[in-house]
Design a protein around this ligand. Structure first.
Ligand SMILES: *Cc1c(COP(=O)(O)O)cnc(C)c1O
Length: 465
């Protein structure tokens, strides 16, 4: 047994946690009732909890631990950097070696002429940077009215007031005077749930052309940028129809609207290339990065911008920055993470070995009576739970009721998968082996079987009218 002896019993830890720790996106009352799972250590793709359970992390933390847990090299890089220079800022004409080296590396990895990096500590603050950056870019060229940023409903771009406004999750906007002004949301390319009887291809074009409708309504001279995740992550892993991104790209080019690819999840190997933009055929002017940049070992995020944008912004003192922009320890750890991704050929491994194995195993779940759509690109995927796959029906029960039951059955079977409404999503560490993929699928199928039994018993196996 992996009993941890150097801390309190689980129940005590849970009680103290519930008394004093406010959790993100969680109900404190519910945590008090059920107790949070206490994770104590991790190695490879497995987490260990305070009761000694070994849990397969099908979510790579929060879509971020791309190289897996327990890499000593990253701990060493952090310790080395802390001893040498634990902190210095990058304001007021100063810099340091880790920020210099990471910027050069990112410029070499990023596609096209994305050669200039502005750092923060998260995806949220990076997208806040984007809001200021694109509006400043247009203002400096005599177009200060070019302020509108177009995003999508059900997008996720972070949780700060700015990035949460870019996001299209209505429940995050309620009672917060969000979105902030000049953010417009169009429909998402979620064919399975919203495509009715159009084909996926037509639905891709139709949802992309909503951008044209916004241009017609407001005028291209009011629109600064379009932002989108190549594949929506937190919205339920929505992989768009193939027609979608080329059409968005065409419209942006035609009207000189800056295209921001939010690569926070898709970046650093998740889709089998360095960036999701490469997998989905997008040529962005700006990319947002975070999460896999350091595999979650340090909090770091950034935006990477094109030569054209940097040339304009460079003409002024851009009045923006964070104390920890380009933090030396975070940069050193990110650099080491990129070295491992590259030298261990992890991205080719995803593309040529893990992704095909994962796709095959994942699609094998499609024969389950609860499973409708199964999707997988690289190592990010989802499946739709449905009471009737032929009609793509929703459940009569409130959306998310069945998804939550399934997530809890996954947990009970030592598998972390998330639910977004009644979609189950998966995004394991990129180093997951083929036998670990089989373990993941075996546990997922067992959880689906148990979910089926529970909802049958509870009378929830009914389509919405
Ligand atoms: C997680 C996420 C963010 C926000 O990143 P944080 O580091 O949590 O602030 C932004 N965009 C996307 C696509 C994300 O998945």
């Amino acid at each position: 047994m992996n009993k941890i002896t150097n801390h309190l019993p689980t129940a005590d830890l849970q009680a103290i946690d519930a008394a004093h720790h406010m959790h993100p996106f969680s109900s404190g009352d519910e945590l008090r009732e059920k107790g949070a799972r206490v994770i104590t250590r991790a190695k490879g793709v497995f987490l260990t909890d305070s009761d000694g359970n070994e849990i397969l992390d099908g979510m790579a933390g929060l879509w971020c631990v791309n190289i897996g847990y327990g890499r000593e090299e990253l701990a060493d890089a952090a310790a080395r950097q802390m001893r040498e220079l634990p902190y210095y800022n990058t304001f007021f004409q100063t810099t340091h070696v880790p920020a210099i080296a990471l910027s050069e590396k990112l410029a070499s990895l990023a596609p096209g002429d994305l050669n200039h990096v502005f750092y923060g500590t998260s995806g949220s603050d990076a997208n806040d940077t984007n809001i200021r950056l694109v509006r400043t870019f247009w203002a400096m060229q005599g177009q200060p009215e070019r302020t509108i940023i177009v995003s999508r409903k059900n997008a996720y771009h972070g949780s700060s007031v700015g990035s949460g406004s870019l996001g299209g999750m209505a429940f995050m906007h309620d009672v917060n005077s969000m979105p902030i002004p000049d953010i417009v949301h169009i429909n998402q390319p979620n064919w399975w749930a919203e495509g009715a009887d159009t084909t996926p291809e037509d639905f891709g074009l139709q949802t992309a052309r909503e951008l044209e409708a916004v241009i017609e309504e407001h005028g291209a001279d009011k629109i600064a940028a379009f932002i989108g995740e190549p594949i929506q992550g937190a919205g339920g892993v929505i992989i768009p129809p193939e027609t979608y991104w080329p059409e968005i790209q065409r419209i942006c080019k035609k009207h000189d609207i800056l295209l921001i690819a939010d690569e926070v999840i898709c970046g650093f190997g998740r889709t089998g290339n360095w960036f999701g933009s490469q997998t989905l055929g997008i040529e962005p002017d700006i990319m947002t990065i975070a999460k896999g940049l350091s595999s979650g070992y340090q909090p770091i995020g950034a935006v990477i911008v094109s030569d054209r944008i940097a040339a304009v912004i460079d003409k002024a003192d851009f009045p923006h920055g964070y104390t920890y922009s380009g933090h030396p320890v975070a940069c050193a750890v990110a650099l080491e993470n990129l070295r491992i991704l590259e030298e261990e050929n992890i991205i080719p491994y995803v593309r040529d070995t893990a992704a095909p194995a994962m796709a095959k195993a994942w699609h094998s779940l499609a024969d389950h009576p609860l499973v409708g759509d199964t999707r997988m690109t690289g190592l990010i995927g989802s499946l739709a739970l449905t009471p009737d796959k032929k009609t793509r029906a929703k459940f009569r029960a409130t959306e998310g009721t069945v998804g939550l039951i399934c997530r809890e059955r996954c947990f009970a079977n030592n598998l972390v998968m998330r639910h977004v409404g009644d979609r189950m999503v998966v995004s394991p560490p990129l180093i997951i082996s083929e036998s670990e993929i089989q373990t993941l699928i075996t546990r997922a199928r067992k959880a689906l079987d148990e979910t089926y039994d529970i909802i049958t018993e509870k009378g929830l196996l009914h389509p919405a009218p």
